[in-house]
Design a protein around this ligand. Sequence first.
Ligand SMILES: [Mn+2]
Length: 318
Amino acid sequence: MPGLPELISHLDTNRHIVIQAHDFPDHDAVAAAFGLARLLSQKGLTSTLCYGGEIQSDSLVEAVRVLEIPIATAVGLELEDDAQIVIVDGFVGNKNMSGIPGEVVGVIDHHSPPRTPDCKFFDIREDYGSCSTIIFDYYREAGAEMDPSVATALLMGIMMDTAFMTRGVSKLDLEAFSTLFFKGDWETGSRLLKNSLSLRDLGVFREAINSCIVAEGFCFVPIQKECSAEVMALVADFFLGLREIHFVVVVEPDRDAYRLSVRSEDHRYPSDVVVREALNGIGSGGGHIHMGGGAIPTDLYPGEEGLRRRFLSALGIE
Ligand SMILES: [Mn+2]
């Protein structure tokens, strides 16, 4: 299996190393980037952390502040053309990775890739619940010390992506969780994660509850109000929590595209497979069995009912 020693063997100490989380990053992406940077620094390799776009999640902004994670947006970052980029929790080719100058040397991810990454190093473990778990594994294999702040960040990444160990959990996620739980500060971590909504998000929930359309176990939720990817995901989780619902699609208009958040609790209908089929020819999507997402450029959007029908047919309901 690929791992840290192989990644390091591809890194040139004379060139700038940049660890990039995906655009509009989440807890798992930022934690994986932070953990990897600290681990590389123990090996004498200095790196810069960045993400594309901006952090839309207030709880992640708070985590970055509390844990003193030195990460910033790639916009305005002076990067040399020969910078070596390591991407975590996503990969180039995905719509959510903004191109920054430099060479993509490595990809560390737990999403199923639309195609094999075209770079020197890649470590993709689709069976892991979080990218943070892969980084935890790197520490363990290297026998490296871990700061409490890194442990807390990785713990939050695992808790976030597995919805507190209730989806997509592998044996290694559990091992990482039980070690990090005692190494990091789980109280701070879970407080930050469990307070990611605010009163101003209630309007989005109100609209979602009014607009949802249910057909068998499938719930389609079109919303017009602008909201962050995190709030969309929480809306999707909310509907999945309804006993009758097993598959959820939340769709929301963004600047130049419609964004989708997808959830499944039925193994016969993996989120990533269904979203790719439903968006075939009009947009892009991906993710895992339990959670996924996608985007449709505004000019290709088939309308709410058109999109709902595409999902119905991808799910084989009609
Ligand atoms: Mn992740």
